[in-house]
Design a protein. Structure first.
Length: 288
């Protein structure tokens, strides 16, 4: 665990536990348990993935969100949410040229639990949970410099630690601001190099017929996300942003089999470079 990740995790956990431990002394009685609440929404965002000084993916995404919140006991709540976003992105690299309109999408599932503290017309709700994010990028095709692209999959399992503040103006309108830190528990990048090397001729004159995907584990990284949502009646809308920063992965090797049954391992070790993902957008949801 790198130092800044450890400090951020300690800060997040301390913030959550501290509020839980001291809230009864400073807050009013916790709000009464509410009914189960759900929401469905649409999002529009700009998306950028960058590997430092190597390459970038840029584009726009449209998405669908679903959220569920339910009371556990007085003040305590549980929740779950799902997000799917899809779009076309443009690839650009200093070494391998450019390629346009790659399909790129991700899906995200989260389970959350927290506690609401009431302060007059303000409610503060720290929460913690478990999240999983899966991303697929289809880079197949030929770049402007003649290089072949390939498919990539990204999987993050992470620990979200957040704080939501709801300011109620009246019975029908409130403003909710959320800030969250996401601690990466485990990541894996899967690169389908068969899209590039299958069919190549070996030094023996044979042909590669099966090439294993490279699987690079990622152990260090973190993310941040935030939103400001205005709720009026059954509708809520507002801007949101998210950010991921992941360090260099562990290495893996490309392994292949040719049409004569020979097994090959490429000598060059492969790793996923440190990278960042930024997304900013606008969300509108219906609550029921």
């Amino acid at each position: 665990m790198i130092k800044r990740d450890r400090l951020a995790l300690v800060f997040g956990a301390t913030m959550t536990l501290g509020v839980l431990a001291t809230g009864d002394a400073v807050a009013e009685e916790p709000p009464a348990a509410e009914a189960i609440a759900q929401q469905v929404g649409l999002t529009a965002s700009t998306y950028k993935y960058t590997e430092d000084d190597l390459m970038s993916l840029k584009g726009n995404k449209l998405g669908f969100d679903y959220g569920l919140r339910f009371p556990i006991s007085s003040g305590w709540f549980g929740g779950a949410d799902f997000r799917y976003a899809r779009g076309k992105v443009d690839y650009e690299s200093n070494g391998t040229g450019t390629m346009e309109n790659n399909t790129n999408w991700y899906a995200e599932w989260r389970l959350l639990s927290g506690y609401d503290f009431a302060f007059g017309n303000h409610t503060v709700g720290p929460y913690i949970g478990l999240g999983f994010r899966y991303l697929f990028h289809d880079g197949r095709g030929t770049t402007s410099t003649g290089h072949l692209g390939y498919r990539r999959e990204s999987r993050y399992t992470y620990l979200p630690i957040g704080l939501a503040h709801r300011w109620s103006f009246n019975d029908h309108m409130n403003l909710t601001t959320t800030i969250e830190y996401d601690y990466l528990l485990q990541g894996r990048q899967t690169s389908e190099f068969g899209d590039v090397f299958e069919g190549d001729t070996t030094s023996l004159g044979t042909t590669l017929v099966s090439v294993e995907a490279a699987k690079n584990d990622q152990k260090h990284g973190h993310g941040w996300r935030g939103s400001v949502m205005l709720n009026f009646g059954n509708w809520t809308m507002g801007p949101y942003a998210s950010y991921w920063r992941i360090t260099d992965s562990e290495i893996d090797y490309i392994r292949a089999v040719d049409d004569a049954g020979n097994h090959w391992q490429f000598t060059a070790p492969l790793y996923e470079p440190k990278n960042s993902t930024k997304e900013m957008g606008f969300k509108a949801s219906y609550l029921f």
